[in-house]
Design a protein around this ligand. Structure first.
Ligand code: XMP
Length: 524
């Protein structure tokens, strides 16, 4: 059994982050709903269990509770925020409403470094953010607090508000912290998770990407046998890494279908073909479907954003279906699902539903027996690391997100071939200049969009009446909220000059300063 830690989700906002941090300690980690059965937990043989935070009060009527059997497994448990209060409450301590809530960066005094908090608040101001010895900064977000610890526990940290900011009962393997060690604002938080994983749970911390790649290739080979596999390749990071894993495992038994819908960025179709086509380094069957005209025809005269998305999604499925029919029945269909998709589509109470982000319906149009999702358990940065491990070119591995409907939702109003060309050219210039300025890795997403606006300008001695391009650049960690990037003025100036000079039918350039909310990242 692989060494692993389980995160039990009690509805907290940071459950994914906890799992990521644990994996950064090189221990495999999965998030499960708190309702998971005790048998399942036993089967997984975890080295440790972490209870997440959550919005409830432990003494509320329907508040989620932990199965008391968990405490008898002999597996160390770390409770975070609500999880900490739950430990206190279920084991006989007292949890109550705090006299005042604590929110944000909070000074925490370390009282006992013999266990979970070993090594904390010893590094001076630089490491702790505090001038006071024994204090460190942790991120707090709570209205309830632990007033009295259960029998057998001792207090290991406190704040002016919380008499119990951390407590532990090492003999029973039970630990709890009121603050959030997983968020970056908790300057020494990662140290706590490392202590838990290494010291308390005794993990050897040897889970690495190369072992993931090796094991996954072996598992795929065993599963697929001599079966046939089909993959819809978009050229995005996830489907590319999934395709390469499959190709390494089963070579020519894999067929990748790449639909060029004519809404890709400049040269993108050719770039994907160069990597995955017959002249590329991988052993697989590659089919490029040049369906550009079909999409342009379907989109003619359509201006409503949701309709455009729908048409593009449906036409994509139709094109793919036709290709799949030519191939005939296959045994497996590959999908590039990644862990945040799995969690977001409804693990625990904190589930967030993203309805529009993936091309749905693909599995319904293909004659196959089973789905293979080799990246199902990886976070995005881990997918990228696996991609590098597999030798996929860096420009593909670090590709910024690109929506399924492509430039179709970056052209406001009707999509035509001519408009696609304009936005492709402008976008290529923008991307080139951002890369030259060395900003391509620090901005989360940036692109040019074509506004549906035309205005008067002057070019030489002539009056023009042409389109306006909008430039967008955002920084974000989760794409649910975002801020407009503060681009240097001279960069914007250069990009503007180049676009109006080099791209026909554009005489104006705007920079979009809107955050999300109230804007979205894409324009439609
Ligand atoms: P919004 O515009 O909703 O975008 O703020 C958030 C993130 O999702 C991407 N996005 C999509 N991705 N199909 C996709 O595969 C879509 O229909 C879609 N719409 C938005 C967007 O590029 C950004 O990264």
């Amino acid at each position: 059994m692989r060494e692993n830690i389980i995160v039990l989700d009690f509805g907290g906002q940071y459950n994914q982050l906890i799992a990521r941090r644990v994996r950064e300690c090189n221990v495999y980690c999965e998030v499960h709903p708190y309702t998971i059965s005790i048998e399942k937990i036993r089967q997984m043989a975890p080295s440790g269990i972490i209870f997440t935070g959550g919005p409830n009060s432990v003494y509320g009527d329907d508040s989620p509770q932990a199965d008391p059997e968990i405490f008898k497994l002999g597996v160390p448990v770390l409770g975070i925020c609500y999880g900490a209060q739950l430990l206190a409450h279920q084991l006989g301590g007292v949890v109550a409403t705090a006299p005042v809530s604590e929110y944000g960066r909070t000074e925490v005094t370390i009282d006992d470094r013999s266990g979970l908090l070993e090594g904390l608040a010893l590094g001076g101001r630089e490491k702790t953010g505090c001038d006071t010895p024994d204090n460190t900064i942790m991120w707090m977000s709570h209205t309830d607090y632990i007033r009295e610890v259960p029998e057998g526990f001792r207090v290991t940290a406190h704040t002016p508000v919380c008499p119990v900011a951390a407590m532990e009962n090492p003999e029973a393997g039970l630990y709890a912290v009121q603050f959030h060690p997983e968020v970056m604002h908790s300057l020494e938080g990662f140290q706590i998770l490392q202590n838990f994983v290494r010291k308390v749970c005794g993990c050897s911390c040897d889970w690495k990407m190369d072992s993931f790649v090796e094991t996954t290739i072996r598992e795929i080979r065993e599963k697929v046998g001599d079966g046939k596999v089909l993959c819809a390749l978009s050229g995005g990071v996830d489907s590319s890494v999934a395709a390469v894993l499959l190709s390494k495992a089963v070579g020519k038994q894999l067929t990748c279908v790449f639909v060029d819908h004519g809404l890709l960025r400049k040269n993108e179709g050719d770039e994907v073909e160069a990597v995955f086509g017959p002249d590329g380094p991988y052993d697989l069957n590659f089919i490029r479907v040049n369906a550009q005209q079909r999409f342009y025809d379907k989109l003619a005269g359509v201006t409503e954003p949701e309709r455009k998305r729908k048409i593009i999604g449906e036409e994509f499925i139709r094109v793919f279906e036709e290709e799949a029919k030519k191939i005939g029945a296959v045994d497996f269909l590959v999908q590039g699902t990644i862990y945040p998709d799995v969690i977001e589509s409804g693990l625990g109470k904190s589930a967030v539903i993203k309805s529009h982000h993936n091309v749905g319906g693909l599995p319904d149009c293909v004659d196959f027996k089973e789905i293979i999702e080799p990246l199902r358990m990886l976070f995005k940065d881990e997918v990228r690391r696996a991609g590098l491990e597999l030798g996929i070119p860096e420009n593909l591995v670090y590709r910024q997100p690109f929506p399924g409907p492509g430039l179709g939702i970056r052209i406001i109003g009707e999509v035509t071939e001519e408009k696609v060309k304009i936005v492709q050219e402008a976008d290529a210039i923008y991307r080139e200049e951002i890369a030259k300025a060395g900003l391509d890795k620090s901005i989360s997403q940036y692109f040019a969009a074509l506004t549906n606006m035309r205005s008067v300008g002057v070019m030489g001695d002539f009056r023009t009446y042409d389109y306006a391009i909008a430039l967008r650049a955002v920084t974000t960690s989760d794409f649910m909220t975002a801020e407009a990037a503060h681009l240097p003025w001279d960069l914007l100036d250069r990009v503007t000059t180049r676009i109006v000079n080099e791209v026909d039918h554009v005489n104006r350039v705007f920079y979009d300063c809107t955050g999300k909310p109230p804007g979205t990242i894409e324009f439609e």
